[in-house]
Design a protein around this ligand. Sequence first.
Ligand code: BTN
Length: 246
Amino acid sequence: MWYESVDSTNNEAARLISSLDNLSVISALHQTAGRGQRGNTWNSDSGTNLMFSLVLKFGDRVLPVLPATLQFAISEATTLGIAEFLKRYGISARIKWPNDIYVYDRKICGILIENRIRNGLVSASIVGIGLNLNQETFPDNLPNPTSVFLESGKVSDIRKSLEYLLDDIGKYLDILVSEGYADALRVPYLKKMYRKDAVHLYIDNLDGHEFEGIIRGISDNGCLVVETSDGFVREFAFKEISYVIS
Ligand code: BTN
């Protein structure tokens, strides 16, 4: 379903969810109130980039029941699918845990996943994706943006690109389902992780202090596992840690 303009494709998906089929897609050329993670806004030039929400409904033959404890699998399938899509352009992308896609130190795509949990199960998920496709310049207040065009020199057809991207995400959802969700995508996710096994600076958001650490992986429930310089291994939930990116 394509919209000229909508407040946010995630909002629209949430409003319509009870009448939408599993795997429905709400896509827009323009958002008036695009939302990002941590309460941020998401700004994107009109008609230039991909902005859409994929609706996943669990508990049928296509997407069997997903325990809430395994919900990070949705993020794994989405991010790996996006990385695969970017490979079509020769772009080698990395996954910045939990939900950003980076090319070196530049952000090319942001993801806002909103899950509905009922009785310990994910009943539905709205996977909102903003992928910078053809945008050439960005506002100065965005720290480190890039786009498919800036990385590859190629201008893309927005609607075709959406089809390819949905195919790529679909392939990873199929793997998840055929392997019963748990651990199915952990190894490829770890292989594509931004900054894994290298020393970098982070901020512990609980006390605001900056520290040197090495990302070692992901815990079973999707927390970031970081080895600190004093040899401790710590787990961070989303919002508990920030990356220092110069
Ligand atoms: C982030 O990096 O903070 C996440 C950005 C997610 C943006 C997309 S654009 C389509 C969908 N609709 C929204 O309002 N947000 C997501």
